[in-house]
Design a protein around this ligand. Structure first.
Ligand SMILES: Nc1nc2c(ncn2[C@@H]2O[C@H](COP(=O)(O)OP(=O)(O)OP(=O)(O)O)[C@@H](O)[C@H]2O)c(=O)[nH]1
Ligand SMILES: [Mg+2]
Length: 443
């Protein structure tokens, strides 16, 4: 309930230079005044140095108290920040003291949820708060900040406004007898729906880059023994992580390295060389290699230029989609090779790797020409936009058909509601519950 005053330790668990407790709600300032044993009201947005006292009048800790008044706070209601020492023990006691003085322990994300409920931000901006905190790369964090600035939300509101005005037109038409509808009416409406809604929404849905930036991608390196898979993992990640020897069957287990390609967080997996073997350890390695290949977002198949028997992925897989094929050890061959879609590389001579990374980036969608402000960054937004687009198209297909105009209007209202889910508008309590359950406490 918004009448509760909530309290939480807002800094991460563990010891640190500073620890912050946050209060929000109608009693926030009153609780803080008692905690500080202070008579005069706090001046908004000023730091007040105080001791904070327990029930016996003994100091718990001391530090800065800051008061944010009403609508001029993060949550849109009275908020207090207590900035003390980052001691888990003192923070716990101070937090419990705020509960004793009438606060309730905040649920995960409850501060931001209040911000949404007070109209300080829309739901897509609230999600951007988590995305920003969780971002694994700078590019992802910058993207989250664009969403936090409201660019994505504004785009969605624009679609909703367009739909409202379009539906109003359609409904006005319902009041006319069929033969009095002006000739141009339907064709103009169709053009408008296509240009203002269908085209831009399709464009947004076409790029997977936004989701990639946050969800990351898995890449499996596969191929026969000794072709240079582990060498490739080391070269790409810039770390001497996997054992490299000239003995076929060096790598047995799968081995992961996390790094980023063009701002996309990736998990690169080195695998055992694919071959038939009696050795049960290696057999398990090969099974794991195949498993990794089946589940990866991107499969890089490596071959040895000097050994044509290593060139064909189909030897080991019937229907695996190897998006990239690498011909390694080009330094070992003199005669020109017909490469047939293989990217030529010599890890030994450090040749061809930049080209390979460019192709990997391309496959991961890093160069997608996306309008960054309007990029779809989560599965939730993708589902809502896809549902909305389907309803818009369904409505359009019935436009102009006799007696169907009210069905068109109904589909477009449905499209409007799906867009509303993105912003947290409408009957969306269950959506709010789901979204905010992913937050941390104190945010
Ligand atoms: N000449 C040449 N040798 C290379 C190149 N890349 C890797 N090698 C060598 O090839 C051998 C095998 O390399 P690894 O990276 O261990 O090969 P792998 O595919 O991981 O092998 P397994 O783990 O046994 O499946 C090592 O001796 C590497 O030094 C290259 O570009 N040129
Ligand atoms: Mg290896």
């Amino acid at each position: 309930m918004l009448t509760d005053t909530i309290s939480a330790i807002a800094t991460p668990q563990g010891r640190g230079g500073i620890g912050i407790i946050r209060l929000s709600g109608p009693q926030a300032a009153a609780v803080a005044l008692k905690l500080c044993k202070r008579a005069e009201p706090f001046i908004p947005r000023q730091t007040h140095f105080h001791h904070w006292y327990d029930a016996n009048g003994e100091t718990i800790d001391h530090g800065l108290t800051i008061y944010f008044a009403g609508s001029k706070s993060y949550t849109g209601e009275d908020t207090i920040e207590l900035q003390g020492h980052g001691s888990p023990v003192l923070l716990r006691v101070l937090f419990e003291r705020t509960l004793a003085l009438g606060c309730r322990a905040a649920e995960p994300g409850e501060f931001t949820r209040r911000a949404v409920e007070h109209g300080k931000m829309d739901l897509s901006q609230a999600e951007a708060v988590v995305a920003c905190i969780d971002a694994a790369t700078l590019r992802a964090a910058k993207q989250a900040q664009k969403q936090l600035d409201g660019a994505f939300g504004r785009r969605i509101s624009q679609y909703m406004d367009d739909l409202t005005s379009i539906v109003a037109h359609v409904e006005a038409c319902l009041d006319f007898p069929e033969d009095e509808v002006p000739d141009l009416f339907y064709s103009q409406l169709q053009t408008r729906v296509e240009n203002e809604l269908i085209k831009p929404i399709k464009q947004q849905l076409n790029s997977k880059l936004g989701e990639r930036l946050f969800e990351g991608a898995t890449i499996a390196i596969i191929g026969e023994p000794n072709v240079g898979k582990s060498s490739l993992l080391n070269a790409l990640s810039g770390r001497d992580r996997a054992i490299v020897t000239d003995i076929a069957g060096t790598t047995r287990d799968t081995l992961d390295v996390d790094f980023e390609i063009n701002g996309i967080p990736v998990r690169l997996t080195d695998t055992a060389g694919l071959r038939t073997t009696d050795n049960i350890v290696e057999q398990e390695g090969v099974r794991r290699a195949k498993d990794a290949a089946q589940t990866a977002d991107l499969v890089v198949f490596v071959a040895d230029a000097s050994r044509p028997e290593t060139w064909n992925p189909a030897t080991h897989f019937k229907d695996l989609n190897c998006q990239l094929k690498v011909m390694n050890k080009m330094d070992k061959v003199d005669a020109p090779l017909t490469l047939n879609g293989y990217l030529p590389v010599s890890i030994k001579e450090e040749k061809g790797l930049t080209h390979l990374i460019k192709h990997m980036s391309e496959q991961l969608g890093a160069f997608d020409l996306a309008d960054e402000g309007a990029m779809v960054t989560s599965a939730r937004h993708r589902t809502a936009l896809t549902t909305s687009l389907a309803a818009i198209e369904a409505g359009l297909s019935m436009l102009g058909q006799e007696d169907m105009i009210d069905l068109t209007a109904m589909e477009w209202r449905r499209a409007w509601s799906s867009l509303g889910e993105i912003l947290g508008i409408g009957d969306v309590e269950f959506i709010l519950d789901r979204v905010f359950s992913e937050f941390c406490i104190g945010k």
